[in-house]
Design a protein around this ligand. Structure first.
Ligand code: NAI
Length: 335
């Protein structure tokens, strides 16, 4: 199948080319790598391509889907798990099939959430810079032991379950909130509680549920007020789960002890781009950078060799499956 790739980065090209070349010739696809993100302005670049391949910050709105359909596109292949950026109703009405990569390396994402937590707690990012400047002072670098602390996990799907398991290994008490409790967590002694109880008792809260209307701004002023003073919040899921302005207020009053985010609700058009010359234009994001107890990474949690390789092979399998006219198990449809 001929595929127009949007928002291509060097690592996408590297892994997709390698995985594509290793497939039998009948299963190989013709990949055209485009640098720009998919937007209403760049959608015409896909004209004549039966498939487009997109990532988390491509803008797959009704308008864009209409343009893709007019250009003959029949398949939107997401090279990620989340599909909150795709108007599924519009895709359905234009007869476009949407497929995704439901799981590519949940361990890598859970491990990254732990890395953020440990870095922020033990202030490794500050120590790294200090030491390189010859400053070996330990002032203001104190953290806390994780052993014995209560960790709240919101969303115990593939990633949340692994995160919970790692936290149990650290000797933490693990609380969880999910609309569908996971057997593995229950078996290991994770305690499912209400969102309010999780907020009230957790020293650390990590978000691992998907972004959908029911979870948009799940962490808002009301929930923050119920959290323990000094709580640490980690978000490697989707930015829209957090009301960033409410979080900034909680940081200013010191009710929120620390924040680590790999995702931001307005990251589209900012993350994955080099903004170092022009400066960050988003004032809310810029305000976050002013807090010493905030750690931001640019949607990096997925970025492991294993994940990139799995993303490429599952995406190409999805395309082959559709090319053969079969029903693809990784299809996403409006429920
Ligand atoms: P999953 O689908 O396996 O698990 C999601 C869990 O959230 C399920 O257990 C589900 O029951 C639960 N859930 C659904 N609605 C809920 C609600 N209203 N309240 C509480 N829990 C709810 O998803 P997976 O693979 O664990 O991924 C989780 C999220 O991580 C994805 O939706 C994606 O947005 C994000 N992600 C971020 C990456 C990054 O690079 N930062 C990489 C991969 C995923």
């Amino acid at each position: 199948m001929r595929v127009a790739f949007f928002g291509t980065r060097s690592y996408d090209r590297h892994y997709f080319d390698a995985v594509n070349a290793a497939r039998p010739s009948s299963e190989q696809h013709e990949l055209l790598y485009l640098e720009p993100r998919l937007t209403a302005q760049t959608a015409p670049l896909a004209a004549g391509f039966p498939a487009v391949c997109v990532f988390v910050n491509d803008s797959v709105t009704a308008d864009v889907i209409g343009q893709l359909a007019a250009g003959g596109t029949k398949v939107i292949a997401l090279r990620c798990a989340g599909f909150n950026n795709v108007d599924l109703a519009a895709a359905k009405s234009h007869g476009i099939t949407v497929v995704r990569v439901p799981a590519y390396a949940p361990d890598g994402v859970a491990e990254f959430a732990v890395a953020l937590l440990l870095t922020l707690n033990r202030k490794i990012h500050k120590a790294y810079n200090r030491v390189r400047e010859g400053n070996f002072s330990l002032d203001h670098l104190e953290g806390f032991n994780l052993a014995g602390k209560t960790v709240g996990v919101i969303g115990t799907g593939k990633i949340g379950q692994i995160f919970a398991r790692i936290m149990l290994g650290f000797g933490c008490r693990v609380l969880a909130y999910d609309v569908a409790p996971a057997e593995d967590c229950l078996k290991r002694g994770v305690q499912y509680v209400s969102l309010d109880q999780l907020a009230a008792e957790s020293d650390v809260i990590s978000l691992h549920c998907p972004l959908m209307p029911a979870t948009h701004h799940l962490v808002n002023a009301a929930l923050l007020a119920k959290m323990k003073p000094g709580v640490m919040l980690v978000n490697t899921s989707r930015g829209g789960l957090i009301d960033t302005k409410a979080v900034i207020h909680a940081l200013k009053t010191h009710h929120l002890g620390a924040l680590a985010i790999d995702v931001y609700e307005e990251e589209e058009g900012v993350f994955f781009e080099d903004q170092s010359v022009d400066g960050v234009q988003d004032d809310v994001l810029a305000r976050l950078f002013t807090f010493p107890n905030v750690l931001v990474s640019g949607h990096q949690a997925f970025l492991t060799k294993e994940a990139l390789s799995n993303i490429a092979s599952t995406t190409l399998d999805n395309l082959s499956c559709l090319q053969r006219g079969e029903v693809c198990a990784n299809r996403v449809e409006k429920s």
